[in-house]
Design a binder for this molecule. Structure first.
Ligand code: HAM
Length: 404
């Protein structure tokens, strides 16, 4: 028997209903914040991710579904959404047009990670990207939008937040960090030792306990910010505080993607186990320029849909729709016509096989229909239909012509 690939899942009942509810809720909120729906291809040139997410990141270094296509192009399935949106932004010359552009998207992402609870190889994100707004109030507004989304879905969270500085303050910090890391080099794991040269900031979020113990006294980025970054970061923290957003300052939060500048954040849930990040994002002011566009400030986030499916509280919807069936094959044309007419205003389930009344009622119940309407021998003779309301249990027989 052919099975789905490891780390890839079908989205079927009961998750499918939560999935669509979650997407429509998040999309409606993003629209209210002025975001516009877009889609970008699942397949992109590999170099796009190498240049944005970063060659030294785990995502690019170890986790990409990368292959050479029939035309000899080096391509890969997108491991995340931001890079493709930035490529689209530049390709369509929106960077040259100026002004503010806000987009939202959702769809599958692919990372060849070791599957475990909350970690899939194909997973789905809902994300937003805002271009052209430099103000830290945009960072705050994005965080507020995520709060609105999680509140609407009934999901609790804490926000971990950090500032990763800018080209003015980051190089100085990086230098003092490297000096410190070289001092403790021998005690660090192989990955960290390698990262001192390739990406020293990433050493800070090593999951290895003995590395973390050694990192206790490493210099802290938020104490080394330039005046502008420091001022913006403090404004952001004050805004979070004054809006009662639960946050925790985490100077070791560096994120697994290399494009961030200034604000970086993660929403975490204590209810889902080790893979606790339910959303992540931040500012990436240099990425558009880095991908050959006109320098444009930008900020965004993405939330992991599979990670929150079990947490979503969906409003009780009750029974819904009409089930139409017959006990006489000759009634089939009437069922077809009636179903077509009724579908203009409501959901209709049809069954074309001859069944007992009991079997029809059972099928209607299983489908969650509100009404079960059947044409039997007598009804067919008299031009009538028998209807049972499966909620109130009320039964009636009426003329088909009056059934509307
Ligand atoms: P990310 O933190 O890599 O950021 O992913 C965002 C969210 O996707 C995570 O918080 C998590 O909920 C979910 N996620 C990540 N990997 C997996 C996985 N293997 N299985 C299940 N869920 C997963 C980004 O992707 C950035 N593009 C976010 C962003 C947008 N930053 C700025 N704009």
């Amino acid at each position: 028997m052919i099975q789905a690939l490891r780390g890839m899942k079908d989205i079927i009942a009961p998750d499918n209903e939560i999935f669509t509810y979650l997407l429509s809720t998040a999309s409606a909120i993003a629209e209210r914040y002025g975001y516009e729906y877009i889609e970008t291809p699942l397949l992109e040139e590999t170099s796009l991710f190498k240049r944005s997410v970063g060659e030294s990141s785990d995502i690019v270094g170890k986790e990409m579904y990368q292959f050479i296509d029939k035309g000899g192009h080096d391509v890969c399935l997108r491991p995340e959404g931001t890079a493709g949106v930035v490529r689209m932004f530049i390709q369509n010359k929106l960077d040259k047009r100026g002004g503010i552009h806000r987009f939202y998207y959702h769809g599958p992402m692919f990372r060849y990670e070791r599957p475990q609870k909350g970690r899939l190889r194909e997973f789905h994100q809902f994300g937003c990207e805002s271009f052209g707004e430099e103000s830290v109030y945009e960072d705050f507004t994005i965080i507020l939008m995520i709060k609105d989304i999680f509140d609407a879905l009934g999901i609790g969270y804490t926000i971990k937040i950090n500032s990763l500085g800018c080209p003015e303050c980051m190089p100085g910090y990086r230098e003092s960090l490297v000096t410190h890391l070289n001092d403790i080099r021998d005690g660090l794991c192989d990955d960290c030792q390698r990262r001192i040269a390739t990406n020293p900031i990433r050493v800070l979020d090593c999951k290895n306990g003995s590395c973390q113990a050694l990192l206790e006294r490493s210099p802290v980025i938020t104490e080394n910010l330039c005046e502008t970054c420091d001022k913006d970061f403090n404004t952001l923290l004050t805004l979070l505080e004054s809006h009662d957003l639960p946050f925790e300052l985490d100077p070791k939060l560096v994120r697994g993607l290399d494009y961030y500048t200034r604000t970086a954040f993660e929403f975490v849930s204590s209810e889902i186990g080790a893979q606790s990040a339910i959303a992540g994002g931040g500012r990436y002011n240099r990425l558009v320029e880095f991908l050959d566009g006109k320098p444009t400030p930008a900020v965004g986030f993405a939330l992991g849909i599979e990670r929150i499916l079990d947490l979503v509280k969906i409003p009780e919807r009750g029974r819904n729709g009409l089930y139409l069936g017959m006990m006489e094959p000759d009634a089939l044309p009437m069922i077809i016509d009636l179903a077509h007419r009724k579908r203009k205003v409501q959901k209709v389930f049809t069954e074309y096989g001859k069944k007992s009344l009991k079997a029809h009622l059972k099928a209607a119940d299983r489908l969650g229909a509100r009404e079960c309407a059947i044409i039997g021998e007598d009804e067919l003779k008299n031009g009538e239909i028998w209807i049972k309301d499966l909620e109130t249990k009320e039964e009636k027989r009426i003329a088909i012509s009056e059934f509307d």
